[in-house]
Design a binder for this molecule. Structure first.
Ligand code: C2O
Ligand code: CU
Ligand code: CU
Length: 429
């Protein structure tokens, strides 16, 4: 805390070397370390500030993905931090408890900077969530899992080239969870909450357990669902988060995996959709503590009424552009009115893998092709996978912060697509 009661976080972005395997270390980037960054945690209503020092030899930025905050604090391509500089954003957290994250967003460099290791989790807490008896001991029964794919070359350096025939950019063949290869977790409680972040540049994960056991989805990008949804598979595209609760029995071992997904499109095989990957092994102790539960009612459902929209817009993602316009840092695509409800209809126009992320806001998926969205899309979202040719109607309201000059971004979170121009900018007026 500083003198005025603001909580201050010091972050130092640095280059280093990380030993993922025996043998030569890998050149990596990290925040307060050589790979990834610390989990940041703040409560709703809390005033927070950062001193972020860039010790790299090139500019970068730090974007707060999923956070509601002023555009000047957003950390997008207009807030780059020059080498040696310190960036000091601050704002008051005001949104429901959720699993958010942070990462660089320098235009044209986002894929490279994330792949080198600049990624961290940002957990928002609030009183309502804190009053529930959900698993919430960090690292014990409430476990962040930053899931990433990497390819190592013969010298153990990250290989960043794309597979031949792939349409997504780099797809790795080895999995890191929180920067660890071949990870396992020693389970000591019956219920374990996993905060899953797809922190990969391009790969989709179709999560499931090796024995196909059901698990409960309790939260999506922007917070808790009204009630848990039981499933045995969950698809997460880059940038999406999910909180799940899994029940274990004493003494067992089970693996979290990623399974083949049907949403691969024509080139799916080259884009990793046919891969079955081991993500993490869970080893349960002989006796398990049992003090938490999945409450019948957890959060509130977003309930925006599309009929009240002040404005509708449509977006088609194809050919490294949105609505045929490739990203241009000097062009503001549109302005939205502060406080007004907007409905954005978004479509993947070319059948490749795209998703759609909007800064500053959590949106509600009203319909997918006119139908009520599936349970995993009924909560607060900031990133949604666009299955080719389906129409996603997203309702959102931009509130509190206006800035006529500094924009927020919307884009595909497949990072190569974003870097190549599948991104646009809007201001809130
Ligand atoms: Cu996760 Cu525009 O970013
Ligand atoms: Cu973002
Ligand atoms: Cu895309």
């Amino acid at each position: 805390l500083d003198a005025s009661g603001v909580r201050v976080f010091d972050l130092d972005i640095q280059a280093g070397r990380t030993e993922f395997k025996d043998g030569p270390a890998t050149d990596t980037w990290g925040i307060n370390g050589t790979y990834l960054g610390p989990t940041i945690r703040a409560g709703r209503g809390e005033a927070i500030a950062f001193a972020i020092r860039n010790d790299l030899d090139q500019a970068t930025s730090v974007h707060w993905h999923g956070m509601h905050l002023p555009a000047v604090m957003d950390g997008g391509p207009h807030q780059s931090i020059a080498p040696g500089d310190i960036w000091t954003p601050q704002w008051t957290v005001d949104q429901p408890a959720a699993t958010l994250w942070y990462h660089p967003h320098l235009h044209g460099k986002t894929a490279d900077h994330l792949y080198r290791g600049l990624t961290g989790m940002f957990i928002v807490d609030d009183e309502e969530a804190g009053a529930l008896h959900l698993p919430s001991s960090y690292g014990v029964d409430d476990v962040p899992m930053i899931v990433q794919d990497r390819t190592f070359n013969g010298d153990h350096q990250f290989e960043a080239s794309s597979p031949l025939g792939g349409s997504l950019g780099v797809i790795g063949d080895e999995i890191l969870v929180n920067g660890t290869l071949g990870p396992y977790f020693d389970v000591t409680t019956r219920l374990v909450r996993l905060r899953l972040l797809n922190g990969s540049n391009a790969r989709l994960y179709h999560f499931g357990f090796s024995d196909d056991r059901p698990f409960s989805l309790i939260a999506t990008d922007g917070g808790l669902l009204p009630e848990a949804w039981e499933t045995d598979r969950l698809l997460l595209s880059p940038g999406e988060r999910a909180e799940i609760i899994v029940a274990f029995t004493p003494g067992e071992t089970v693996d979290l995996r990623s399974y083949q997904s049907e949403h691969g499109g024509a080139l799916g095989r080259f884009d990793g959709f046919a891969d079955r990957l081991d993500i993490c092994r869970f080893r349960a102790a002989a006796t398990l503590a049992d003090e938490t539960e999945i409450p019948a009612v957890m959060g509130s459902a977003p309930d925006l009424d599309g009929a009240e929209a002040a404005r509708e817009r449509s977006f088609v993602l194809e050919s490294d552009a949105i609505n045929d316009q490739p990203m241009d840092l000097g062009r503001i695509d549109f302005g939205v009115r502060e406080g007004a409800l907007e409905v954005w209809e978004v479509r993947n126009g070319n059948g490749f893998v795209h998703n759609f992320h909007v800064h500053d806001v959590q949106f509600q998926v009203l319909t997918v092709d006119g139908e009520t969205p599936p349970p995993h899309l009924r909560g607060r979202k900031d990133t949604v996978l666009l299955i080719p040719d389906r129409r996603y109607r997203l309702a959102m309201r931009f509130s509190d912060y206006t800035d006529p000059n500094l924009p927020y971004m919307y884009h595909c979170h497949v990072l190569q697509h974003e870097d190549e121009g599948m991104m646009g900018q809007f201001v809130v007026l």
